[in-house]
Design a protein around this ligand. Structure first.
Ligand code: OFO
Length: 172
């Protein structure tokens, strides 16, 4: 059974995951309108992943005797100065989410809620991976600078850009 404070903290995280999904949806749309199809598809996938993270929390809260909330969401940025600034925002956002997960882990320990603590470890690992991916992508983007050919290849290959494959991406 969840305590009221843990339930409230998990519900706050549900909202953050939903806002993340919307933020990445807005990035996907922006990139699509700019003709950056690969980047756009990458962001649509990120948006779907964030929704899955939200649902995982929803199920956990309900299974543990709580009641998951669907909250009003803060509207995300819908335009970006450049694709570079969009990826900077992506990294900033992931760092913000990691901090929020860390706070949740802290609360779960304070309350001696070891079931929630155990559940949250999946999110801790996920955030490490997502921050690393965002940093890897941003490094590539910085390397490309204003090179149009580089952007073309980056847009073509971004779906394959994972942390482990990033070092060998051809042409970038
Ligand atoms: Fe929800 O995974 Fe990052 O933000």
């Amino acid at each position: 059974m969840l305590s009221k404070s843990i339930e409230a903290a998990l519900n706050k995280q549900i909202r953050i995951e939903a806002e993340s999904s919307q933020a990445y949806l807005a990035m996907a749309i922006w990139a699509e309108v700019k003709g950056l199809e690969g980047i756009s598809n990458f962001m649509y996938d990120q948006s779907d992943e964030e929704r899955a993270h939200m649902l995982k929390l929803v199920k956990f809260v309900n299974e543990r005797g709580g009641h998951a909330h669907v909250s009003e969401l803060t509207a995300p940025n819908v335009t970006f100065e450049s694709y570079k600034s969009m990826f900077e925002k992506l990294l900033e956002h992931e760092i913000f989410v990691s901090e929020s997960i860390n706070d949740l882990v802290h609360i779960s320990l304070q309350e001696k809620d070891y079931a929630t603590h155990n559940f949250l470890q999946w999110y801790v690992a996920e955030q490490i991976e997502e921050e690393a991916t965002a940093r890897t992508i941003l490094d590539k983007v910085k390397m490309i600078g204003d090179d149009k050919g580089g952007l073309y290849l980056f847009d073509r290959d971004i779906q394959q850009l994972t942390v482990s494959s990033a070092a060998e991406t051809p042409g970038i």
